[in-house]
Every structure is written in C-alpha cells, then in structure tokens.
Design a protein around this ligand. Structure first.
Ligand code: FEO
Length: 175
C-alpha cells in the first residue's frame, strides 16, 4: 500500500509520460509531413515508448493497491520551427521528466517507501539513456547544420540511429 501523496505524485507522472507520448506522436506527424521519414520513424518509436512508460506506472499503482488515473492530455503543439528546434524541445521535455522522477525519488525517501524507490530505479536508468540519446542527436544536428541542404543528411543519420536502436532492442529481447 502506498501513501495517498505518493499515489497522487505517481498519477501526475502518468500524465507527464502520457503527454510525452502525444507530443512525440505530433512531432512524428510533422516530420512525416516534411518528408523526413527517418525522423518520423524515430518519433513514432519514442511515442510508443512513452506510452509504455506511462503504463508501467499505471500497473504499478494498481499492484500496490492504489488507484491509477487515466490522464486528460493537453493538446500538444503540431507545428515546429525546424528539426533542430524540435529536438531541442524533446531534450527539454526529457530533462523535465528527469527532474520529476528525481522529485518522486525524494518523496519515496521521505515516505520510507522502499518498494517505490526500487520501482523508480528503472526510470533513473531510462532517463539517463534518453537524455544521452537526445544530446547525441542534437550534437549531430549541430555538426551537419539544419539548413534545407542538410535535412536529407539529418534524416539519413536518424535512419542509422533507428537501425541501431532496433538492433539493440532485438539483442535485449534475445538475451
Ligand atoms: Fe518517459 Fe522519456 O520520459
């Protein structure tokens, strides 16, 4: 059984992960419209992952006898200034999620809630990886440049990242 405060905080995190899923879905749609297939495939996968992050908390709350709430999701933006700006927004959102996970950990420490502390460790690792991935993408975009002539090369880089991510996922599920 978790405290009401912890339950509320986890439900807020559900909302944040759910928003990330729809924000990234909206970004996938914009990338598709701009003819950036590699970027669109990447954002679709990120959107699916965020839904899984949301559901993982959802199931956890039920498992510890709390009440998980399906969130109301605000309309995410549907157009973006450039690919560079889009990934800057992704990185900023991931940093926000990391800060929120850290707050959940502080709350769990305060509550002496070792079950939730243990549960949240997965998110600590995930956020470290996601932030590193997004920083890496931003570094590549800075190197390539994001003018009209560079978009093709950025998209090719995203296709390479997609292939590497899929291979890593396959290796993980085979282990
Ligand atoms: Fe689930 Fe990328 O935050």
């Amino acid at each position: 059984m978790i405290s009401k405060t912890m339950e509320n905080a986890l439900n807020t995190q559900i909302s944040l992960e759910g928003y990330a899923s729809f924000l990234y879905l909206s970004m996938a749609s914009w990338c598709d419209k701009e003819g950036l297939q590699g970027c669109a495939a990447f954002m679709h996968r990120q959107s699916d992952e965020e839904r899984q992050h949301m559901l993982r908390i959802f199931h956890y709350i039920s498992e510890v006898d709390g009440h998980a709430l399906a969130p109301a999701i605000a309309q995410p933006p549907h157009s973006f200034e450039s690919v560079h700006k889009l990934f800057e927004q992704v990185y900023a959102h991931e940093q926000k999620v990391t800060a929120s996970i850290n707050e959940l950990l502080s709350l769990a420490y305060k509550d002496n809630d070792h079950t939730t502390l243990n549960f949240l460790q997965w998110y600590v690792t995930e956020q470290r990886e996601e932030e590193a991935l997004m920083r890496g993408i931003l570094d590549r975009i800075k190197l390539i440049g994001d003018g009209p002539m560079s978009l093709y090369y950025i998209d090719k880089e995203m296709e390479k990242i997609n292939k590497a991510e899929l291979a890593a996922e396959a290796a993980e599920s085979a282990a």
